[in-house]
Design a protein around this ligand. Structure first.
Ligand SMILES: Cc1cc2nc3c(=O)[nH]c(=O)nc-3n(C[C@H](O)[C@H](O)[C@H](O)COP(=O)(O)O)c2cc1C
Length: 212
């Protein structure tokens, strides 16, 4: 089957892309408004884009409806310029999902989800204390494209629970972290527990030998 995304409605593009670009990491983003109120929400249109400099990208769609109202996360980042990406692991998956609930204005998602916060090292918004790793970010750019905002954040500080880091590398013990990934939409996720594949890179010399 073929789909022409230049003419298809936005929900067709959404369904195809979230099904095909998967699994996706999940950023549980903490941000602050200009009055210091903390907001938390998950985003799976998320990845790191480069490491020199260290940049992550997040795609935030405006709230559903005709008028282009940004989600609190995108608005806070534009106004205060800082945010924290909390890494979502199996043990905080349910809490992360509660943070996506459209609570009325003024209700704290962090509190509703039974999560707590801990101060960040460099930026004002706190990290989620229950998350085992967090990336502190400063807004580099927000691009407004149609009904979406693409946020590029420069990572300025990284927190990882000691037990998940091999300080020599430093390497993240990803097999032990049990991060989860987003599959499609509609409440579908993938585990990474006992799911690792190791496929070493093949230098051309070796490849040639095995093909001669
Ligand atoms: C796992 C998961 C991933 C999500 N990913 C995105 C995303 O990439 N972009 C987006 O706009 N909304 C995404 N959402 C929906 C937002 O989390 C939701 O709209 C949230 O209420 C926004 O909160 P805010 O207004 O406090 O920023 C996702 C929800 C879940 C549960």
């Amino acid at each position: 089957m073929r789909f022409d995304l230049e003419t298809a409605p936005a929900n067709v593009a959404y369904k195809l892309l979230v099904g095909l670009v998967a699994p996706r990491p999940i950023a549980l983003i903490t941000s602050m408004d200009e009055h210091g109120r903390i907001n938390a929400a998950p985003f799976s249109a998320y990845n790191y884009l480069c490491t020199d400099p260290p940049i992550v990208g997040i795609g935030v769609t405006d709230r559903p409806g005709e008028d282009r109202v940004p989600k609190d996360t995108a608005r806070n980042i534009r106004r205060t310029g800082e945010f924290v990406v909390n890494v979502v692991t199996e043990d905080i998956a349910e809490q992360m999902n509660i943070c996506a609930t459209d609570f009325p204005h003024g209700v704290s998602e962090v509190e509703m989800a039974g999560l707590t916060t801990a101060p960040s090292q460099v930026v004002k918004p706190p990290r989620i204390a229950e998350a085992h790793a967090a990336l502190e970010c400063r807004e580099h750019t927000t691009m407004e494209i149609g009904r979406s905002r693409i946020i590029l954040g420069r990572v300025v500080s990284v927190y990882v629970d000691d037990r998940f880091i091999d300080a020599e590398g430093p390497y993240v013990k990803a097999e032990e972290l049990h991060a989860i990934g987003r599959m499609n939409g509609l409440g579908n996720y993938a585990r990474t527990r006992d799911a690792f594949l190791v496929i070493p890179r093949v230098p051309y010399k070796e490849w040639k030998k095995s093909h001669s």
